[in-house]
Ligand binder design. Structure first.
Ligand SMILES: [Zn+2]
Length: 122
């Protein structure tokens, strides 16, 4: 597969060797580059326990949105293919169903155009 450049390389360069602290948080904006079992988790690399606690607090306050996680899974599948995927292929590649594909597309559209949910919608 294509090289994945999502890791915060600069963090590793800025933190002196042996002093980094690591943590893991739930985050619907994060999917693992190759392992779907780790989707929805973000690994944090920090310079100190205090900074790690601050970042963990940030992610605890951030809403976990299933539609966002599904959109990230779709994006990963798209990145792994040079051609456009059909819905059937996307379902096979992501493990999502058609309802989830549509819900994530709606979420993305609303987010892009900043459209709030109407009253009564979940
Ligand atoms: Zn830090």
């Amino acid at each position: 597969m294509a090289a994945w450049s999502g890791w915060p390389i600069t963090l590793f360069l800025l933190i002196p060797v042996g002093t980094a602290v690591y943590g893991r948080v739930r985050d619907s904006s994060s999917v693992h580059p190759i392992n779907p079992a780790r989707d929805g988790q973000r690994v944090l690399t920090c310079c100190s326990a205090a900074h790690l606690a601050e970042l963990q607090q940030h992610y605890r306050r951030r809403p976990f949105v299933n539609e966002e996680l599904w959109a990230m899974k779709i994006d990963r599948a798209m990145r792994q293919h040079s051609h456009r995927l059909t819905n059937e292929q996307l379902i096979r590649e992501t493990g999502l169903n058609l309802i989830q594909l549509e819900a994530s597309a709606t979420w993305r559209y609303r987010r892009h155009y900043d459209i709030p949910k109407s009253a009564g919608e979940q």
